[in-house]
Design a protein around this ligand. Structure first.
Ligand code: PEP
Ligand code: MG
Length: 589
């Protein structure tokens, strides 16, 4: 019998699990990267002048080091991603921060490293306190710059020696660590801390280095030189693998290489069913690097540009000018293909800027609600999107819509922005298409009424499922109940697709369900003709589409709509794959 992933992992005592942060498979030796703890003491000093000049020198040296890293980052990741380091440079140039540090050295007569530590830590604490997730990741970036100055004040070196071709195992990795390691052909990253938005994760994804983060205790369980298997698809690590585990992964790695080669060959082929139905495959873009992947994998446009990602990359809200430039570049890179820019979906679990802590953030001030409550923020984004639309290849999409009033209110603001731009003699697409995400049950039920008032609908199953079955999409305790194949999900999808069609409006799907191989015949059978998915998965999904028939998929969907449990539906689709000898390519990995 063929060994499966489950066989390998089920009882493996040498397994560590974490978050699958960057896809890929790798087998290599571990290099434990433990940073020397920098000790700072509050010793009194006599020579203030010397202390101030030591500080200036340490700042200058830190700048020089960062500049090198910045150049390196630009080379390997492009200007956009390198912004992380520009932000660090700006801290080194911040006159208020440096002025305070110098004044305190003069008054308090303490070692400069003590004052630097104390002063910058204040910023960090504020960030950690004010915001969860995203902001705490940014607090780690500040830690990086703080330690760099202290290390330079103490004349210590940073990384002594980096061995090549290793998997770096560390408690946490700063952006500069990640860049420096990647330069020496690092094969993978494993960290105890950090989530999907940590810079180690973002950088690994854009450099195609497999990474598993948030493992909690890998630095305790792994020794320097241990052999590791890092599975960046499943978020697993095997320490000193058995022969069986190594053989299993060697075969997977071989398959993966062949698969990637074959799939790239599909790039210019249509996503067409065996009976001639053409499906449009678009890309979801979360990080700028994915635009390149969208190009290489043959996406036909961008179906979801999560504009809140700019926040992740810039570390701050972008001004109208900055946004207009970003959207302009994006539109020209993709021209003549269409780019769907989604209005900032902040709030909920994503970048909560509000000082108010909400008891139920997922049901709170999120998406369109937050935008309508912050009109100037919303309008600056609308104007930026309009300004980038002059070549007519941009459409604008509203997230988390739950009532028609929100659509009408947004359209009113869009009209106001158009008037403002006209007055300022700025060019834009006056007929820009406005659509909405359907990710709340109330808007699903009213799909037809919404479709009457907008140009397109896009189904966000990630949220739709969580709201439909009342299961927090990020909560492990109830993850078993989060079911894509729940009969209520299927029937809701049908209502949306039919509603859009009755109004002659395009309906697409941009939730993760569109990248689930098993769901493809079902979605196509339900009548969806546009799927938007993470660009790396496009070839896998195209391959499935090219091996199924639309008429059979329609029968399958009709039958599944009569079932009462998700298990029945899943079993029926699995049977469909077997009966039609369709390989679920992506699951080879
Ligand atoms: C969704 O909810 O399905 C979706 C695409 O939006 P996000 O995952 O960004 O919430
Ligand atoms: Mg959503």
């Amino acid at each position: 019998m063929m060994t499966t992933f489950n066989d390998i992992f089920k009882d493996a005592g040498n397994k560590i699990t974490g978050i699958a942060a960057a896809p890929g498979l790798v087998i290599a030796k571990a290099y434990k990267y433990i940073k020397e703890e920098l000790e700072v003491n509050g010793q009194k000093i006599i020579n203030i002048k010397q202390a101030l000049s030591d500080l200036d020198e340490a700042i200058a040296r830190s700048k020089k080091e960062l500049k090198k890293i910045l150049n390196l980052a630009r080379d390997i990741m492009g200007d956009k991603r390198a912004i992380i380091f520009e932000a660090q440079m700006m801290i080194l140039d911040d006159p208020i921060l440096l002025g305070t540090i110098k004044r305190r050295i003069e008054y308090e007569k303490m070692l400069p490293e003590f004052i630097v530590d104390d002063e910058i830590s204040k910023y960090q604490k504020l960030m950690l306190k004010a915001h969860e997730g995203y902001m705490s990741e940014r607090a780690h970036d500040i830690e990086d710059i703080k330690n760099r100055i202290i290390r330079n004040l103490q004349n210590k070196r940073w990384i002594s020696k980096i061995t090549h071709d290793v998997i770096v195992v560390s408690d946490t990795l700063t952006p500069s660590d990640t860049i420096l390691f990647s330069r020496s052909d690092t094969k993978g990253f494993v960290t105890d801390r950090g989530g999907l938005t940590s810079h180690a994760a973002i950088i690994s994804r854009s450099l195609n280095i497999p990474a598993v983060v948030g493992t909690h205790n890998s630095t305790l369980l792994i020794n320097d030189g241990d052999e590791l298997i890092v599975d960046g698809f499943h978020g697993c690590i095997l320490v000193n693998p058995t022969k069986k585990q190594r053989n299993f992964y060697n075969t997977k790695i071989k398959h993966l290489k062949e698969l990637q080669k074959n799939l790239i060959e599909l790039k210019d082929k249509k996503a067409e069913t065996t009976d001639g139905k053409i499906i449009e495959l678009l890309a979801n873009v979360d990080v700028t690097g994915e635009i390149d992947i969208a190009k290489t994998t043959g996406a036909q446009g961008i179906g979801l540009y999560r504009s809140e990602q700019i926040l992740a990359e810039m570390g701050d809200l972008a001004s109208e000018e900055e946004q207009a430039e970003i959207y302009n570049k994006l539109a020209s890179r993709m021209y003549p293909q269409m780019v769907t820019i989604r209005a900032l979906d902040i709030g909920g679990d994503k970048f909560n800027f509000s000082e108010i802590s909400e008891p139920n953030p997922f049901l709170g001030l999120r998406g369109i609600r937050l935008l309508l409550a912050n009109e100037s923020l919303f309008k600056s984004q609308i104007r930026a999107v309009l300004r980038a639309s002059k070549n007519k290849n941009i459409q604008f999409m509203l997230p988390m819509v739950s009532s028609l009033l929100e659509v009408r209110e947004s359209k009113k603001l869009i009209d106001e922005c158009k008037k403002e731009l006209k007055k300022a003699k700025k060019e834009f697409d006056n007929n820009i298409k406005i659509g909405i995400m359907i990710e709340v049950p109330s808007s699903a039920l009213l799909a037809k009424e919404f479709a009457d008032e907008v140009d397109f609908l896009s189904i966000g199953t990630n949220d739709l499922i969580q709201y439909l079955v009342a299961v927090d999409r990020g909560n492990d305790l109830v993850s078993d109940l989060y079911r894509e194949f729940h009969p209520a999900v299927l029937r809701t999808l049908k209502i949306i697709v039919d509603g859009g069609k009755t109004s002659n409006k395009n309906v697409s799907i941009c939730g993760e369900m569109a990248a689930e191989t098993l769901a493809i015949p079902l979605l196509i059978g339900l009548g969806l003709e546009t799927l938007s998915l993470s660009p790396a998965t496009i070839p896998y999904i195209k391959k499935i589409i090219r091996s199924i028939s639309y008429s059979k998929s329609k029968k399958l969907a009709d039958e599944c709509l009569t079932y009462k449990t998700s298990d029945e539906i899943k079993a029926r689709i699995e049977k469909f794959f077997v009966d039609n000898s369709i390989k679920r390519t992506r699951n080879i990995i």
